[in-house]
Design a protein around this ligand. Structure first.
Ligand code: ATP
Ligand code: BUA
Length: 365
């Protein structure tokens, strides 16, 4: 099977021609064979209007001009409304909804429109896979200690699901039978618990919970949070918590490659790295406890998984919980291709998207 794969980013769009086949292990049917021919289309500004969209559509058509006809086109997408994980058919309504209801700074809001354009030009269907707001939380995971405040599911779904599946397969366990904890350690961070192929609990990835990040504060003591909130306007508080905290606030830089070099000679940097590894380990422990039994695997991914001494510290602390899989960087193109492949190969069924709220409005009518 062939698919065009699109992953829009803030400065470029990653594209791939993916060849996807069934693997040869009948015990692990979703362990697919994947060949990706990757390319990158640069764009100078965040897309915000129809002109920029048509420019990018034209760029992608040029990049894929010589590619053979695919069976489908698949793209990453933004928030589409608290759904189950998996593939969703892109309709003109979904593409338009993502462009006109962008929640937050999700550059991938444009993904569905790009996929639809390329797919229509080739006469094949378009899909999006595993949006960031996939919501499969246990009912009790939703409840906070303050009535009316719900915990949200918003995470690095694409990468985390792929990494969870690979970690399960590494232990010889089918994803739907596995319990896995995934820590995505990138520019933003989420730690999530997977059971029965569902994301049953997560720290979330933005103004939610979890470890500090290169420039975000992560979970804070409530009294400190109140001090921050009451000492400045909300927008300044958000700016501080999202882009003036974490490693940046503790050491003066969010460049972790630089900190990796400095940690041997600077006690302040070593303490920050110790604290980061400690917070990640504690969250892995907490999300292991969200599972019904000991996890089959723990996995670490994202750019920070390249910082070897941090990974070593984490492994020393959580090694007793389960074997550790380390997959540095992000594998979003692979995740999109595999998600598409599972549908094209008949291992999963694609779902139809309805706008958030449409079902409940219909129910109450
Ligand atoms: N070799 C390395 N050693 C230490 N840190 C590294 C290394 N390589 C990358 N990083 C850090 O990883 C982080 C970037 O991770 P990643 O590329 O996963 O982030 P992103 O894609 O920008 O964001 P996100 O993962 O939240 O979508 C940066 O803070 C960078 O400093
Ligand atoms: C998945 C969410 C990532 C972010 O908002 O940083």
């Amino acid at each position: 099977m062939l698919a065009y794969v699109i992953n829009p980013g803030s400065t470029s769009t990653k594209l791939a021609l993916a060849e996807i086949e069934r693997g040869d292990n009948p015990a692990l049917p979703s362990l697919l064979r994947l060949k990706l021919d990757k390319t990158e289309v640069m764009h100078s500004a965040l897309l915000s209007g129809p002109l920029e969209l048509s420019d990018l559509q034209a760029d992608l058509m040029t990049a894929a001009a010589d590619w053979p006809k695919p069976d489908a086109v698949v793209a990453a997408c933004g928030l589409i409304g608290n759904l189950q994980a998996g593939a969703y058919r892109v309709t003109p309504e979904l593409a338009e909804w993502l462009l006109t209801h962008p929640h937050g700074e999700y550059t991938s809001n444009v993904g569905a429109a790009l996929a639809l354009h390329l797919a229509e030009s080739r006469g094949v269907p378009a899909y999006v896979v595993d949006p960031p707001d996939v919501d499969e939380l246990r009912p009790e995971a939703r409840v906070s200690g303050l009535a009316g405040v719900e915990r949200l599911s918003r995470l690095h779904t694409l990468n985390a699901r792929l990494v969870a599946r690979r970690a399960a397969h590494e232990q010889g366990v089918r994803f739907q039978d596995a319990r896995v904890v995934v820590a995505h350690l990138g520019g933003s961070i989420s730690v999530s618990a997977f059971e029965g192929a569902k994301i049953v609990d997560t720290t979330g990835a933005r103004l939610d919970e979890g470890p500090f990040t290169p420039s975000r504060a992560g979970t804070l003591p409530i009294r400190a949070l109140l001090d921050v909130a009451y000492s400045r306007p909300r927008s300044d508080a958000e700016k501080l918590l999202l882009s003036g905290a974490g490693f940046l606030g503790l050491t003066g830089t969010a460049d972790l490659r630089e900190l990796e070099r400095r940690e041997k000679t600077e006690s302040r940097v070593k303490l920050a790295a110790d604290a980061f590894a400690y917070q990640v380990a504690k969250n892995i422990g907490a999300y292991s406890a969200a599972l019904s039994a000991r996890p089959h695997a723990v996995a670490i991914t994202g750019g920070i998984a390249r910082w070897e001494s941090v990974v070593d510290r984490i492994e020393r602390q959580i090694g007793w919980i389960a074997p550790l899989t380390v997959l540095p960087g992000d594998l979003e193109l692979e995740a999109l291709a595999e998600g598409m492949g599972r549908v094209l190969l008949g291992l999963e069924t694609a779902q139809d998207w309805t706008p958030p709220g449409a079902a409940s409005a219909a129910d109450s009518a």
